[in-house]
Design a protein around this ligand. Structure first.
Ligand code: NCD
Length: 343
């Protein structure tokens, strides 16, 4: 694995398997049963120039759970980029302060440009419509964990990816990552104009997977193992796209009626979140809340062990995590959310 995590392109199947194993070993710490100080003294720079809740906070929390500390800056307004500072200068400056850097930025390729100016590990927390590799790793970890619980295998599985497949960077990274594994069936459903980029479909097909594209959820689907829904990325639309998209109906809402019609008891529903819960948003419906097939909060919880694994591997302490584990001393509820079930 290279010294940065900028794109799934730099990961082999062996790298992913290693990260998955390290993430499992992080579970007792992520679930707040044990404490480690393996990154004691290390400092993370968390630079977010686009909106974020879970990616920003879970990277922060993951670094803290390894015993490190975090410095952060949010938005352009309060950073020197507002004064015209280049990515090169910002990168060199931050590298003098921090041992690892996570960056999210609205321009595709910007995080790679930032990383090119430093030898400190840089993680791409999302570069515009480009990639979001840590999200793909936590999505893959979730699929693997859920499949193990359900007695399923990835080989031959049927995954439905739906929503904004053009601008949704999480699905770009996820489909690349899935393509490293044994052949599966991937159905892509998006509103016209928001299809998965052709080069990604070509890549996945060239690796032996079966890909099918549709423009509506109102058709027949069978044997779905995973329904992965995404938000329409309106913030990336041009003016005329906003107007033409206003006419799209509720066709892309995944709700209880969709699950009743097309899914089984062992289908899992995922979403990178945030889901747009406003009326008419064409997103994952809240009417699935409490349904055990809805894996979205198990998925967000998995962000912690996976991001801990990324830090531990990049900072080369992945062999040391079990060394000085201690028991947690504070109160931790057995079920974190009120709807959480014992599965
Ligand atoms: C996504 C993102 O920012 O790419 N969220 C996330 O990081 N979990 C998805 C989105 O914003 O729709």
């Amino acid at each position: 694995m290279s010294s940065h995590l900028l794109s799934v392109d730099s990961l082999s199947r062996e790298h992913v398997n290693h990260l998955m194993r390290v993430a499992s070993r992080m579970e007792p710490i992520a679930q707040r049963r044990q404490v480690t100080r393996v990154l004691e003294g290390a400092v993370l720079g968390n630079l977010f120039f686009e909106a974020s809740t879970r990616t920003r906070v879970s990277f922060h929390a993951a670094f803290c759970r390894l015993g490190g500390s975090v410095c952060d800056t949010t938005g352009f307004t309060f950073s020197s980029m507002a004064k015209g500072e280049s990515l090169y200068d910002t990168s060199r400056v931050m590298s003098g302060y921090c041992d690892a850097i996570v960056m999210r930025h609205p321009d595709q390729g910007s995080v790679a440009e930032f990383a090119a100016a430093t030898n400190v590990p840089v993680i791409n927390g999302g570069d515009g419509p480009g990639e979001h590799p840590s999200q793909a790793l936590l999505d893959f970890y979730t699929i693997d964990k859920e499949f193990t619980r359900l007695g399923k295998t990835l080989a031959g599985a049927h995954l439905l990816l739906t929503g904004d497949l053009k601008y949704g960077r999480t699905v770009h990274s996820l489909i690349k990552l899935l393509s490293l594994y044994d052949p599966m069936r991937i159905t892509l459903v998006s509103p016209p104009g928001l299809e998965m980029p052709g080069y990604l479909i070509d890549l996945v097909e060239s690796r032996g997977h079966r890909v099918e594209q549709r423009d509506s959820l109102n058709s027949d689907f069978s044997d779905l193992d995973v329904v992965y829904t995404t938000r329409i990325q309106k913030e990336r639309f041009t003016e005329d796209m906003i107007e033409s998209f206003a006419g799209v109906s509720q066709d892309f809402t995944v709700d209880r009626a969709f699950l009743d019609r097309h899914c089984t008891d062992t289908t899992i529903v995922m979403h990178p979140l945030p889901r747009d819960s406003r009326p008419g948003a064409n997103d994952l419906s809240v009417d699935l809340n409490g349904d055990p097939r809805l894996a979205i909060f198990r998925q967000t919880d998995n962000g912690i062990p996976v991001r801990m694994a990324i830090f531990a591997t990049l900072l080369q302490v992945d062999d040391l995590i079990e060394k000085d584990l201690r028991e947690v001393r504070w109160f931790v509820p057995t079920r974190i959310g009120i709807d959480d079930r014992q599965l």
